[in-house]
Design a protein around this ligand. Structure first.
Ligand code: ZN
Length: 276
């Protein structure tokens, strides 16, 4: 599943090239998670503004005579990828949305169709507001501090891993990244969130930022021809210290790593290095 780093690398792969491009056609394929919410042809002749990311959503503002006139909120779902190319060729069976512009076509390919492209009058209106309002802080937002994380964890009584995965404290700590950050911070993923001390919350906040920064750097290094978000996740996983490594000796202490299931998701951790 494309996670925050993959979505950010995707954004960087086309943001500059599409900025200022004029929409010349919109092609909608099979239904995605939600309907587009606007007559596709009404977007023609608008100009693409600066593409932004919030959590795992991308926001493509569309301008009319230099004024923002709505935009498209995009999500890659479980299996989606976005590519921007001058001549993409005919749409294939899994290509469900094309934004054709004067500079090239932005195409969403999504075999499982859990992805979405949704029109809203602005980021703070309609469907966009509904989807974005409940999101936690961005991991690189200066407001995401150990103190913030500590206070947010205190307000709930679930395993710390599940608190991270919920996405309403901080976005971006998807399954792999949450496992790796908890290992880096030395915290047992089963620890109840309200029992995490302030110093441990500080370490965890730093570990979340570091883990995501490493994933971004990895994606950044392969930005050229970037198309397959799963390829990037795979490369990060190859460097993972706990994720996907059940039974393998911990590279810090030699204890065999363990796999458990929390909230239907696999959790990997070191029973020695990570404490409750
Ligand atoms: Zn260990």
């Amino acid at each position: 599943m494309p996670e925050l780093p993959e979505v950010e690398v995707t954004r960087q792969s086309f943001c500059e090239r599409i900025h200022g491009a004029r929409v010349t056609a919109v092609r909608v394929g099979k239904p995605l998670r939600w309907p587009l919410g606007v007559v596709p042809d009404s977007l023609v002749a608008r100009t693409v503004g600066e593409v932004a990311r919030r959590g795992k959503y991308l926001w493509l503002p569309l301008e009319d005579d230099g004024r923002e006139a709505g935009g498209l909120l995009m999500h890659l779902g479980m299996s989606g990828s976005l590519a921007f190319s001058p001549a993409p060729g005919d749409a294939g069976v899994h290509d469900h949305f094309d934004l054709v512009t004067s500079r090239g076509t932005l195409r969403l390919t999504d075999p499982r169709r859990f992805g979405a492209v949704v029109w809203s009058a602005s980021r703070s209106d309609g469907m966009a507001a509904k989807l974005l309002n409940g999101l936690g802080l961005e991991p690189f937002d200066p407001a995401f501090t150990g103190a913030h994380l500590h206070a947010a964890l205190k307000r709930r009584r679930v395993a710390v891993k599940l608190a991270l995965l919920s996405g309403d404290i901080v976005v971006g700590a998807g399954n792999i990244y949450a496992c790796e950050a908890l290992f880096a911070a030395g915290i047992d993923p089963r620890t109840r969130s309200d029992r995490i001390s302030r110093p441990r919350a500080e370490r965890l906040a730093a570990a979340i930022r570091d883990t995501l920064a490493r994933a971004l750097a990895l994606g950044g290094s392969t930005l050229r021809d970037f198309r397959d978000a799963h390829g990037m996740e795979g490369r990060f996983q190859a460097q993972a210290r706990v994720y996907g490594r059940a039974g393998v000796p911990c590279d810090a202490c030699g204890t065999p790593l363990r796999r458990i299931v929390q909230g239907q998701r696999a959790t990997f951790f070191c029973p020695t290095c990570q404490r409750r």
